[in-house]
Design a protein around this ligand. Structure first.
Ligand SMILES: Nc1ncnc2c1ncn2[C@@H]1O[C@H](COP(=O)(O)OP(=O)(O)OP(=O)(O)O)[C@@H](O)[C@H]1O
Length: 237
């Protein structure tokens, strides 16, 4: 018998706008099952980052519900949402948001300072946090240990991207959210990075939601979501 996949993200009748009466998002429903590799596309300014921020509990909707891993994120206060995000969601930002005064390894281990759960999972799988960070960096293509003690400001963009991905993946969070993390790379590097990222999500059992303008990347993904198709904001204006 085929195992039923758990729903990891579920949006119901979600409305979000920065100003009352000016909705950016009106999403009647959106559902993502555990293990999916989701490609979220849409024109610039259409609300992709805003949607990611709703899923990550950085913003909350004006109306409707956002459930992640079965939890009603929209009902919770900001401290609860911060803890939930630290435990269950790995974020890769467009600008990577690495801490410039920390080394490569310390940047990768950072989420484990905020989440006992992720620290325990990383240690259980790799023996120590340093080993977890080292192995993740290797799997993601940072093969030279010589870079690991280096400050992140002295890395190439491609190397910074690998550090940001390893930081998101450490401690195997159930959900990885990536906002255009390949936009600064050439197409060979983009495809190579995506193969490594998806391979690592498979190993850690993480669901991936990935935003990009670049439709040529779609072939890597199991579910393609066009924000235009699911967002009915103009019907509310
Ligand atoms: N902090 C903010 N305050 C007010 N308006 C905002 C804020 N952030 C974004 N917006 C507006 O919300 C809309 C959606 O922005 P969003 O960043 O989600 O789009 P996007 O699809 O991710 O764009 P891009 O592909 O260019 O990154 C845009 O009209 C944008 O100007």
């Amino acid at each position: 018998m085929q195992e039923m996949k758990k729903t990891i993200i579920e949006l119901d009748s979600v409305v979000f706008g920065w100003t009352e009466g000016q909705p950016v998002l009106n999403i009647p429903e959106l559902s993502v099952a555990s293990g999916e590799r989701v490609f979220l596309k849409g024109p610039s300014g259409s609300g992709k980052s805003t949607l990611l921020n709703l899923i990550a509990g950085i913003h909350t909707p004006r109306q409707g519900s956002v459930r992640v891993l079965g939890e009603a994120v929209h009902h919770q206060g900001s401290a609860w949402r911060d803890n939930f995000r630290a435990d269950h969601i790995g974020l890769i930002f467009q600008q990577f948001n690495l801490l410039p005064y920390l080394s490569v390894l310390d940047n990768v281990m950072l989420p484990c300072l905020f989440s006992k759960r992720r620290k325990a999972r990383a240690t259980e799988r790799y023996g120590s946090l340093e080993e977890a960070a080292t192995q993740l960096l290797k799997h993601l293509g940072m093969v030279s240990d010589a870079l690991h003690g280096r400050g992140v400001t002295r890395l190439s963009i491609g190397q910074q991207q690998r550090v940001a991905a390893a930081r998101a993946l450490i401690g195997s969070p159930e959900l990885i959210i990536a906002d255009e993390p390949t936009s600064a790379l050439d197409s060979d590097s983009r495809n190579g990075f995506l193969d490594l990222l998806i391979g690592e999500c498979d190993l850690s059992g993480s669901t991936l939601v990935f935003v990009s303008h670049d439709s040529s990347l779609e072939a890597h993904f199991s579910q393609i979501i066009s924000l235009r198709d699911i967002n009915h904001a103009e019907e509310l204006v």
